[in-house]
Design a binder for this molecule. Structure first.
Ligand SMILES: *Cc1c(COP(=O)(O)O)cnc(C)c1O
Length: 459
């Protein structure tokens, strides 16, 4: 029989509930730390969150239930592309001459080419149910903006997107994709919000950042009528929605007859990686498995590897609550690297806590080794990874080479969170030798760290 490379599920195998890791973490001595009010530094009350999100989402954000049922209206849309495929990268294994087994879950088969619709659709659905007319949001490379634009189009909501200026000009086709779905897209920082104006006064040439765009989107939501805000990563409810990825992957690894020794993903705010990893992390937390978890980030924005676990704002304009997380400071503006989706100063609180407690490790890479790995992957498997999951591919290849050198047969699973069809400029730059090796500047991080709010973290 031919060697299997695809491990496919049936339409009925789409998960019908999301997995909430918070109670499992709490049971292992990692209870969620409360977000704090930006002014009083007291734990936030729900009314602060209700200004931004519908009640159904706020409930999920703080839920202690181990699972939350997925509404039928969301499942109907998930079925357009879910379950997504799981592949074994046999051709890459051969090219690397590694005894490692390399599996990847491919989220690039969604209509917009990434995992992001898993939460965009759910958020649009709950907002529609609650009577919201318009959603505002930020986007880096445009994946989140296009996912939410699609979600809004499906549920008849207006969509206003603040797109990080560096990406707005680097990736014009994603803007057109959002506009095709009917969204309005503005290059952030804009002069249409107070938060944007303040940044432009200090630096008229600011390339923007996710932190700045979040401030603008929140301001537009709280000052607009029937308008709410929607976030593409970091928040508990976003990671929750993404767990459909890992739940499917578990069943697919069962089909393959294997369990991963190593689970790898890229981390911008943490949602795609948590989505794949948490259903496996559950086994580690319950003492059933000893899986290694590796989170990958850009050296230009090294939140987990160089940051500090602290209470910090989610945005540059200090409008959000303070979140307990790894951060390199809400004022840090990372260099405009191609992995726009990884240019965020913080990370999801639950993922940060898992790193802090040693359940996950983190690695940072500069651009050229990342694209070298991505090109190697493309030539073996045919799929062009987005610049973000290309960071995960780097770690996968390093692990596979390590397996070859140590002669150990290990099972590696990673999340190929999206394709790179809208990112060919990045590949063009790499292939032409024009890709700058951008590291973070320690002085910039040090300066940003002095602006952290003076709030101690328990533990
Ligand atoms: C947005 C994005 C990321 C980074 O965000 P996370 O919340 O960390 O997942 C990674 N990969 C792709 C394809 C993205 O669109």
């Amino acid at each position: 029989m031919a060697e299997a490379v695809q491990f496919n599920l049936k339409p009925d195998d789409v998960p019908t509930a999301w997995y909430n890791i918070l109670p499992d973490m709490a049971a292992q001595g990692m209870p969620p730390l409360p977000p704090l009010h930006p002014g009083t530094h007291e734990p936030v009350t729900p009314d602060l969150l209700l200004a931004l999100f519908p009640e159904s989402i706020v409930k999920q954000e703080v839920s202690a239930e181990p699972t939350i049922d997925i509404p039928g209206g969301v499942l109907d849309v998930y079925r357009l592309w879910r379950p997504t495929p799981l592949y074994r990268a046999r051709r890459l294994e051969k090219a690397l001459q590694t005894p490692a087994h390399i599996y990847f879950k491919y989220e690039g088969t969604s209509p917009v080419g990434s995992h992001k619709p898993n939460t965009a659709v759910a958020q649009a659905y709950y907002n529609k149910e609650a009577g919201t007319k318009r959603l505002t949001t930020e986007t880096g490379a445009g994946q989140w903006g296009s996912a939410l634009s699609m979600g809004c189009a499906f549920f008849g909501l207006e969509c206003l997107v603040f797109m990080v200026k560096a990406s707005y000009y680097q990736k014009p086709y994603r803007r057109v994709l959002m506009e095709t779905f009917g969204a309005e897209v503005r290059p952030s920082p804009t002069s249409t919000t107070e938060a944007g104006k303040k940044i432009l006064e200090g630096d008229p040439e600011s390339p923007g950042s996710l932190g700045i765009a979040i401030s603008e989107a929140i301001e537009a939501a709280v000052t607009g009528t029937d308008t709410k805000y929607s976030i593409g990563s970091v928040a508990n409810h976003v990671l929750l929605h993404q767990t459909v990825i890992g739940q499917e992957a578990r069943k697919q690894m069962d089909l393959a007859g294997q369990y991963p020794d190593v689970v790898i993903g890229c981390v911008g705010g943490g949602s795609n990686y948590a989505g794949l990893a948490y259903p496996f992390m559950q086994d580690r937390l319950n003492g059933k498995r000893d899986t290694t978890f590796i989170a990958c980030e850009p050296a230009a924005c090294p939140t987990l590897t160089k940051g500090k676990f602290a209470y910090d704002f989610g945005d540059t304009g200090q409008m959000t609550p303070l979140f307990p997380m790894y951060t390199i400071g809400h004022q840090f503006v990372p260099a405009p690297v191609h992995a726009g989706g990884l240019r965020y100063h913080g990370d999801a609180p639950s993922l940060s806590l898992l790193v802090k407690h040693g359940h996950m490790e983190a690695r940072a890479y500069t651009q050229n080794p990342v694209f070298e790995a991505a090109v190697q992957f493309t030539r073996a498997e045919g799929i062009i990874p987005g610049p973000e999951p290309a960071h995960a591919v780097r770690a996968v290849i390093d692990e596979a080479i390590e397996a070859r050198e140590s002669g150990k047969e290990k099972v590696i699973l990673f999340n190929l969170s999206g394709h790179g069809h809208f990112d060919m400029q990045a590949y063009d730059d790499y292939l032409a030798g024009r890709l700058p090796e951008v590291e973070f500047r320690q002085a910039d991080v040090d300066a940003a760290m002095t602006k952290l709010p003076p709030v101690p973290v328990p533990g």
